[in-house]
Design a protein around this ligand. Structure first.
Ligand code: PPS
Length: 571
């Protein structure tokens, strides 16, 4: 039952029995390439047929035609370049081989597949971004990922050993064949797939049920992405709990949940066509496309990358070629007078509508504000509150940066004491000198070592925050990129990041010279000293800036505490 796979046949590249034993044996003597998370998501859907008719990462002619025309060399529609990027060093290794077989492995060393490399090429990444994403702005997550990928792409015949290993939700991670089998068992021939990367609320439930009502005989496949989504999205563990809880709200026998290990590119108009192809391969006959499908948000100037219905229009344009019925939906809004949801273009005249955006929801969660029943289900709110605690309970990092002798450590210590007295969370002080004694004892003061030091501090702070604790860090941290790295790590681990630039001028620091280090520098006994003969990139947009020339320690601590209070981190 269900749709014919894209290209006519469902790809399955996994070897079995003796062939598999033989492949594993052969792989032992091959050079290994460790697949990134994105590669693993892609290869899973190549090996199990989710990307049918693709049978590997794209070689140069395939890649070029896909980028330029959204088509495979056979002429079949395929909108998204699927590439395996490697560096020069690995290309040299391949070039040194007689038989160009390589073992593709996950980070634990598990063999995923063997590739016989037949195409190695340097891509025009700018062109790839411009044509496939419609932008070259690295604020676009898909563009950023392409631009950051390594300089060569490789491709060649794949022999699959196993799908990437997962430890969670294995009963819900169905392959295309498993979904098709499930549909067959249920006797479902007409199936509407629903894609999402967000928690589901009442609007989503109403939208999907409405789609089924408008297409009699259709059942629903709720098919959320658990591979990679937009940075900053709610983590998939939390989302899966939400999906599981919302499934009980569907009429009996109408909907099934299955998880998709896709690495999204947030490529809107092209991505939607790709999503439809994937769902077709999983057996769906219909595909819901709402407002701003796979949208990457806004560019640097706050302008959306795509028009809100651009993706929808593109999906409809290719509908007959796709062989999947596209069900376009406008945004659903709540009409209080009727306690009902309507697509925004079908709201009864004059009726007052309500909606809560993702941003507002996050704000309500962070501030512990009330989330109304008309918007979502109590069980969903409970799950979201657990994963996104209000700020007073959330872990956070206060990250001081500034010259040696600027006052970082003194203020950090005083802040530590003040916070100990005023809150219940555990607090860890990661002072520059202490870190260098225990965590980074082998490091010096080159740019590389300083960056590594800050990465380590960021990592430890993010882990502390993940467990709900407070981290106070006080390194010099002279480089913007490393500070940003620490900020991103913390933010991605549910932590708040408060950067405090102790902006005391270098002359004042030198005059104080508490540790006698500046004297040593002037005497030529110490080289590469921050602010004297080594760079310091001042933060452009720190949360706080304090110059201790005329500000006392207690005044500085007061400023930080009142900022933390204003932002809701402490009461
Ligand atoms: S960094 O750049 O963030 O990794 O530096 P950090 O870990 O904070 O370590 C700075 C402390 O090391 C002492 N020290 C130096 N600082 C700067 N440049 C050079 N070359 C150097 N050599 C030793 C100095 O005491 C710093 O401590 P603070 O507390 O900042 O005075």
């Amino acid at each position: 039952p269900g749709s014919v796979p894209h290209g006519g046949r469902l790809v399955d590249l996994l070897l079995k029995g003796d062939d598999l034993v033989e492949l594993k044996k052969r792989s032992l003597s091959l050079p290994s390439l460790v697949l990134t998370r994105r590669h693993q998501c892609d290869i899973e859907l190549i090996l199990n047929g989710g990307f049918s008719p693709l049978t590997s990462f794209m070689d140069e002619p395939t890649y070029n035609r896909v980028v330029e025309e959204m088509r495979l060399p056979s002429g079949i529609l395929f909108p998204m370049p699927i590439t395996l990027d490697v560096n020069q060093e690995f290309v040299d290794i391949i070039n040194g081989l007689n038989v160009k077989d390589i073992a593709l492995r996950d980070e634990e060393g598990n063999l995923i597949a063997v590739m016989n490399v037949s195409s190695i090429f340097k891509a025009n990444k700018e062109k790839e971004c411009r044509l496939s994403m419609g932008s070259v702005d690295p604020y676009h997550p898909g563009v950023d990922q392409i631009l950051k990928s390594k300089e060569y792409y490789i491709a060649g015949k794949l022999e699959g050993a196993q799908l990437p290993v997962h430890y969670d939700y294995n009963s819900l991670r169905r392959t295309p064949l498993e979904v098709r089998t499930m549909l067959a068992e249920r006797g479902w021939t007409n199936v509407i797939a629903f894609q999402t990367r967000n928690p589901m609320h009442r609007a989503h439930r109403e939208l999907t049920v409405r789609a089924a009502e408008l297409n009699p005989g259709c059942k629903l496949l709720i098919h959320p992405v658990v591979g990679m989504t937009k940075p900053g999205d709610i983590d998939y563990h939390t989302r899966v709990k939400c999906y599981q809880s919302i499934m009980g709200s569907y009429p009996e026998g109408l909907a099934e949940l299955s998880l998709l290990p896709l690495a999204m590119r947030m490529g809107g108009p092209r991505e939607v066509v790709w999503h439809a192809i994937i769902r077709k391969n999983f057996g769906a006959t219909h595909f819901i496309v709402g407002r701003d499908h796979a949208g990457p948000g806004e560019d640097k100037s706050g302008k959306p990358f795509y028009e809100p219905y651009e993706a929808q229009e593109n999906a409809l344009k290719y509908e007959s070629e796709l062989g999947v019925k596209i069900l376009p939906f406008q945004m659903m809004v709540y009409v209080e007078a009727e306690d009902k949801y309507y697509p925004v273009d079908q709201v009864p005249q004059g009726a007052k509508t309500s909606n809560i955006s993702g941003t507002t929801l996050r704000h309500l969660l962070r501030t512990g504000g009330e989330i109304p029943n008309w918007f979502t289900y109590e069980s969903v709110v409970r799950i979201l509150r657990q994963s996104c605690p209000p700020r007073v309970k959330q872990g956070f990092t206060v990250f001081f940066t500034g010259f040696s002798g600027s006052g970082k450590s003194t203020i950090a210590n005083a802040l530590h004491e003040a916070l100990l007295a005023a809150n219940e969370r555990s607090i860890t002080l990661l002072d520059g000198d202490v870190v260098r004694t225990f965590l980074s004892s082998e490091l010096g003061f080159s740019k590389e070592h300083r960056d590594l030091n800050i990465k380590r501090i960021g990592f430890v702070a993010s882990e502390i925050n993940k467990a709900g604790g407070i981290a106070i860090c006080a390194p010099i941290a002279p480089y913007e990129v490393a500070r940003k790295f620490a900020r991103d790590l913390v933010n991605n681990n549910q932590g708040g990041f408060v950067e405090v630039h102790i902006s005391t001028p270098i002359e004042v620091c030198e005059k104080r010279d508490r540790k006698g280090l500046y004297a040593k520098v002037r005497a030529g006994q110490l080289k590469g000293f921050t602010g004297i003969d080594d760079p310091y990139e001042a933060p452009v947009n720190p949360e706080l800036k304090i110059d201790t020339t005329d500000t006392t320690v207690s005044e500085s601590v007061k400023q930080i505490l009142s900022f933390l209070q204003k932002e809701g981190y402490i009461q």
